[in-house]
Design a protein around this ligand. Structure first.
Ligand SMILES: [Mn+2]
Length: 400
């Protein structure tokens, strides 16, 4: 009995959080290829018969020829090993017009059955299993008729359920699998939000289950999750981490055995994202005073896309030297430093009440330097003399 792999959203590929290497290959593409190669090896090792790619092959509906060839090469590698590919379009792949897009092009590249790129609802039978495929679609007619986006989403959901029911009715096999690129009610996003009422169509899992599907294999939501074991209902997530919102999401794919009805998770080597999150004056102060990263931080930073976020008062924020932060991060060999960002807690700065509108600039500077507490007296004096010079220069200009 066939074993089916649910592959994650491919999103081939994001050219951010990295750079072009000496071989001319962008580091994120190199990562994408490594994950794709591992997926092929994993499928073979797990004796998979069919790999399902439920949409979002690309990051937008206008991929380059090179990006299309990357996805085609992955599909080709699987089929070369005797593993069948079934895939459909996702919201990232579909433009506003109803013109053929990149997924239609892949359909023409994968043999006469067009299973590499299904862009219309379709029932297909592979290895004795009936698949009902619900690619992502936009409907100008539904949008035009609807009162608002929520109404349009509701109408679309109803249509999709009717289509799924119709495809299910065509099935004569003992095993029926639904594949699609849609939100299921109750699915959870990477931020932990429960999807429903978000203005996009959401399909009630219970209604699909009641139609008699044995597995519901979905794409769209990047947080891998199993919504049900019977029927096995799951999202595999995305092949790579698209941004810091997906920092904590595992990356990999599911294998579902149509005979035992059991599933297993297989990890894929997507690059890690890591945030050093410093909250409060004490945390920020301690971190900048430490000459290097802690062992744990260094381990997490190595080879990762990293960022530092610090939330503190302005007084402490002024002590943060971003070059120094960068130097500490670089010592642990990150893949890419995405940002060193401050979030100033306003109104918590201890103000010197004696500074008013009437205070002269040099006097105000003197008080400021004293209050900082981290400027040695000789340096403060030098800064003050320089300021006096600037003010004198300014006054000359005014009286002339
Ligand atoms: Mn996606």
């Amino acid at each position: 009995m066939p074993r089916i792999m649910l592959a994650p959203d491919l999103h081939c590929y994001y050219a951010n959080y990295g750079k072009v290497g000496p071989d001319g290959v962008h580091s994120r593409l190199a990562e994408w290829r490594e994950c794709a190669d591992d997926l092929v090896d994993a499928a073979q090792r797990a004796a998979v018969d069919i790999v399902v790619f439920p949409g979002d092959y690309f990051i937008n509906p206008r991929p380059s020829a090179a990006q299309i060839m990357e996805v085609a090469a992955l599909f080709e590698a699987l089929e070369y090993r005797g593993i069948k590919v079934i895939g459909c379009s996702g919201n990232h792949d579909v433009g506003a017009s109803n013109q053929p897009g990149p997924v239609d092009l892949l359909a023409t590249m994968g043999g006469p059955d067009g299973l590499w790129g299904i862009t219309q609802p379709r029932a297909v039978t592979v290895a004795g299993i009936d698949f009902a495929v619900l690619p992502f679609m936009r409907s100008a007619a539904v949008s035009a008729d609807a009162e608002d986006t929520t109404d349009a989403a509701d109408t679309m959901s109803r249509h999709l359920l009717a289509i799924a029911r119709g495809l299910r009715a065509q099935s004569t096999s003992d095993t029926r699998v639904l594949v699609g690129h849609w939100t299921l009610v109750g699915a959870q996003t990477s931020s932990g939000q429960i999807m429903a009422g978000s203005g996009e169509p959401a399909l009630p899992y219970s209604e699909l289950a009641a139609m008699g599907f044995d597995a519901i294999l979905m794409g769209h939501i990047h947080k891998p999750q199993v919504l049900s074991n019977a029927p096995f209902t799951a999202y595999a997530g995305a092949l790579q981490r698209c941004d810091f919102g997906e920092e904590r999401d595992p990356r990999g794919c599911w294998v579902w055995d149509s005979e035992t009805r059991e599933h297993e998770w297989i990890d894929l080597p997507a690059r890690r994202f890591y945030t050093i999150d410093l909250r409060g004056d004490a945390a920020v102060q301690n971190w900048i005073e430490r000459p290097g990263l802690t062992e744990g931080e260094a381990e997490s930073v190595q080879d990762a896309v990293v960022r530092v976020r610090y939330r503190c008062s302005l007084d402490v924020a002024l002590k943060v030297d971003t070059r120094d932060v960068r130097r500490k991060l670089l010592a642990a060999e990150p893949h890419h430093i995405a940002g060193i960002n401050s979030d100033i807690i306003r109104g918590e700065r201890a103000r010197d009440a004696s500074v008013t509108e009437a205070t002269q600039p040099v006097e105000a500077l003197q008080k400021y330097l004293a209050q900082r507490g981290d400027v040695v007296p000789e340096r403060a004096e030098a800064v003050q003399r320089a300021a006096e010079g600037i003010i004198a220069e300014l006054e000359k200009g005014v009286s002339a």
